[in-house]
Design a protein around this ligand. Structure first.
Ligand code: ZN
Length: 259
């Protein structure tokens, strides 16, 4: 291996570790917001017996494995979401760096991915996307996009408006199947991925949501009328389209313009 590839390996290791630690922080934020608790106090504790966690219990993934997913004192199970979200954050940060390198778009993608992880966690826990967090994300990414805009600034602004309008129409037609939180989330998505990519994000999110919904129903894990939170599918689709959508979108747009 040359010097450059050694440095790349070190950078990936560093970004991966950074992702594990941040993933752990996103879990804290997501779980506390879901439970209506403050993010800053008290220090990390077992949600069941309330005992304060020791530094040894706060190491991402390893603590969960060492304690076999249980609290040391009260033996209450700690959700497998904890190690999974930490690993997922780490992997997504590494993939983002491999894709964008040290560009402005890398930092935009890390910010958006972080927001998506926190919001997906909250939507998964309480079936709601809190206004304050979504709108904060929209405002931040709006100003970021005025400075960093590989597709041209208009693509992102029109993407946000299109996504919001499409979701409003779907929400009105679905009569309670989807919440307005999803429409606000699409303001964020549009500003993140751009105009054409917003349409593809919506298509992929609907496909993923339908696929999981049908599978859960087939497995008898979901009653006929239970809603599933759509936020995690929107987040997944936006992340996938932003990282890997361009070749597919270019091909599809060319296909349309040739006929
Ligand atoms: Zn406990």
């Amino acid at each position: 291996m040359g010097v450059a590839s050694h440095i790349d390996t070190l950078i990936m290791l560093f970004i991966g570790l950074y992702g594990l630690v941040l993933g752990s922080f996103f879990l804290l934020v997501g779980m506390r917001v879901s439970n209506g608790e403050s993010i800053v106090t008290p220090p990390s504790h077992c949600s069941s017996c309330g005992r304060k966690l020791t530094p040894f219990e706060l190491i991402p993934v390893l603590s969960w494995l060492a304690l076999k997913g249980k609290c040391r004192t009260c033996h209450t199970r700690v959700s497998i979401l904890y190690p999974l979200v930490e690993i997922l954050t780490s992997v997504l940060f590494i993939l983002t760096w491999l894709h964008f390198g040290w560009t402005g778009e890398f930092f935009v993608a890390v910010f958006a991915t972080s927001m998506f992880i926190i919001l997906s966690l909250i939507d998964h826990q309480i079936y709601r996307l809190p206004n304050k967090i979504v709108l904060l994300g929209v405002i931040v990414i709006f100003f970021v996009r005025l400075a960093i805009h590989p597709l041209g600034v208009l693509s992102y602004i029109s993407g946000a408006l299109l996504g919001f309008l499409l979701l409003l129409i779907i929400i009105l037609m679905s009569q309670g199947g989807m919440g307005f939180g999803d429409a606000k989330l699409f303001l964020f998505v549009g500003l993140y991925v751009g105009f054409v990519q917003t349409i593809f994000t919506l298509i992929l999110a609907s496909f993923l949501g339908a696929l999981v919904g049908i599978s859960l129903r087939a497995l008898g894990r979901l009653q006929k009328r239970t809603a599933i939170p759509f936020g995690p599918y929107i987040a997944t689709a936006a992340i996938v389209i932003h990282l890997y959508g361009s070749p597919f979108i270019t091909w599809y747009v060319r296909l349309l313009s040739f006929h």
